[in-house]
Design a protein around this ligand. Structure first.
Ligand code: URA
Length: 235
């Protein structure tokens, strides 16, 4: 059971104050009857708002194909955000829809978005070591010997990054051409892929995340998302 004004406000329909106007105007019904009091409690399954069932009352989990040029920050001052792709009502939800970890502005690919904070913590916890797969393009061709040396170094679990004394966990690097490679990480440090290549004097010129745990983008078009069940086993 949830208070109607809280339900409407938390799902992004309107403010709690406006919820009172909505109920007064008969826009909210419970079991088919107009809800008289916006402070009354009701089972969301029995509530209708303008004749429709409440929008995802139990939460949201989305698999987004992130385009380049959008930030994962909530701060609009940082430029266009991934959240701007979502319906406005979802952008007003509380708890807010947030990304599971972050991708850089210029990185494309698989990004999970959810309002389930426990899920965010579980999937970003260093103890969980969730696998993330990145397709990286670098600024020049590397020779087969150099490629093999970098692969061995990344796998060794000894690589340290600038301003970060803890060595990176072993990572799997597979070269797909002299300047493209697939890197699988089980941690998520700030700009980690770019910094790992930078440590070898290589610049990443394009980065795409193709997998997150057991999830892949399949054929989701860029800039769109697929809804996932909240109880999906991710790992
Ligand atoms: N590593 C990076 O350097 N950038 C990303 O966006 C993700 C991982």
């Amino acid at each position: 059971m949830r208070r109607l004004d809280q339900l409407l406000a938390n799902l992004g329909y309107c403010s709690r104050r406006e919820a009172r106007q909505w109920t007064d105007a008969g826009r909210v019904t419970v079991r088919g009857e107009p809800a008289g009091d916006s402070g009354a409690k009701a089972d969301p399954a029995e509530v209708r708002i303008d004749g429709e069932a409440p929008d995802h009352p139990d939460g949201l989990l989305l698999l987004l194909h992130k385009p380049a040029g959008l930030v994962c920050s909530h701060n609009p001052g940082e430029g266009p955000r991934v959240y701007d792709l979502l319906p406005e009502r979802w952008q007003r939800r509380n708890p807010p829809v947030t990304s599971v970890g972050r991708l850089d502005r210029d990185t494309t690919g698989l990004l999970l978005l959810t309002d389930q904070s426990a899920l965010v913590h579980r999937l970003t916890s260093p103890r969980r070591s969730v696998a993330k797969v990145y397709e990286a393009t670098i600024n020049r061709d590397v020779s087969p010997d150099e490629a093999a040396a970098i692969t061995a170094l990344f796998a060794a679990g000894t690589l340290t990054l600038e301003n970060d004394p803890a060595p990176c966990l072993p990572a799997t690097l597979e070269w797909t051409s002299p300047r493209t490679a697939t890197l699988t990480l089980t941690e998520g440090r700030f700009h980690q892929v770019k910094r790992m290549f930078e440590s070898q004097s290589l610049a990443v010129t394009a980065l795409h995340r193709s997998r997150f745990a057991n999830l892949s983008l399949s054929d989701i078009p860029v800039g769109t998302w697929k809804e996932l069940p909240l109880d999906l086993a991710i790992g």
